[in-house]
Design a protein around this ligand. Structure first.
Ligand SMILES: O=P(O)(O)OC[C@H]1O[C@H](OP(=O)(O)OP(=O)(O)O)[C@H](O)[C@@H]1O
Ligand SMILES: O=c1cc[nH]c(=O)[nH]1
Ligand SMILES: [Mg+2]
Length: 216
């Protein structure tokens, strides 16, 4: 499995021990839907912490009970989280716990099981997406085509500052995504061994949407 030293500079593997531990629990076949959802939310909150490390800060004057001070606050426009439906919602929910005033956009994509290419079925985005830092979330980066398509349509909609976050990435998906969007920083909690012939990430965690929502 790759680490930060063998990956393109735009890719960050979030190696925090809490993230690694929770991801191991999440992967396990015996992890029930309720537990899977809880772990996905917790990992996503930790990912949001890493993704927002470099947000610009400005000073504002506040009053403590003892005196006036110049105190740091986030500068500029707030964030927008874009969830790639449906499994992206499991990540967006966790991030919103840390970033409660972020706007949320939705892009509905499913993978055609034959071609493994994404099919768009829904899109609703904030009007001012061009003024925001946009964090695009989907738990799985497999072939990379869903993420690449989502980023392309967001750029078309005016987004200029984009980041992509997932739980698991296949090397094949990272290759596709970083070639298509060399300007977009990518954050993942792990890079797994490979894709299998059905386009599943191995060792992986199975179908993230089905495990989040108990549909299989
Ligand atoms: O990198 P790719 O090969 O494009 O695959 C990744 C996509 O596959 C899964 O979605 P799925 O089509 O299963 O839809 P779902 O979220 O509704 O389950 C996953 O959540 C990603 O969106
Ligand atoms: O392993 C995979 C690949 C795509 N989508 C998933 O949910 N899991
Ligand atoms: Mg699915």
């Amino acid at each position: 499995m790759a680490d930060n030293t063998t990956l393109p500079a735009q890719v960050t593997v979030i190696g925090h021990p809490l993230v690694r531990h929770k991801l191991t629990l999440l992967r396990q076949v015996g992890t029930a839907t309720s537990e899977f959802r809880r772990l996905a939310r917790e990992i996503s909150l930790l990912m949001a912490y890493e993704l927002t490390r470099d947000l610009p800060i400005e000073l504002t004057e506040i009053e403590t009970p003892l005196e006036v001070m110049q105190a740091p606050i986030l500068a500029g426009k707030k964030l927008c989280i874009v969830s790639i439906l449906r499994a992206g919602n499991g990540i967006a929910d966790g991030m919103l716990e840390l970033l409660p005033s972020a706007r949320v956009g939705h892009v509905g994509l499913f993978r055609d099981h034959e071609t493994l290419r994404p099919v768009e079925y829904y899109r609703k985005l904030p009007e001012d997406i061009g003024d925001r830092l946009v964090i695009v979330v989907d738990p799985m980066l497999a072939t990379g085509h869903s993420a690449a398509a989502a980023l392309a349509l967001l750029k078309q909609a005016g987004a200029t500052q984009l980041r992509f976050a997932c739980l698991l990435a296949a090397p094949e998906g990272l290759e596709v995504l970083t070639r298509a969007h060399p300007d977009v920083p990518v954050f993942t909690c792990a890079v797994d061994r490979q894709l299998d012939e059905r386009g599943y990430i191995r060792p992986g965690l199975g179908d993230a949407g089905d495990r989040l929502y108990g549909t299989k």
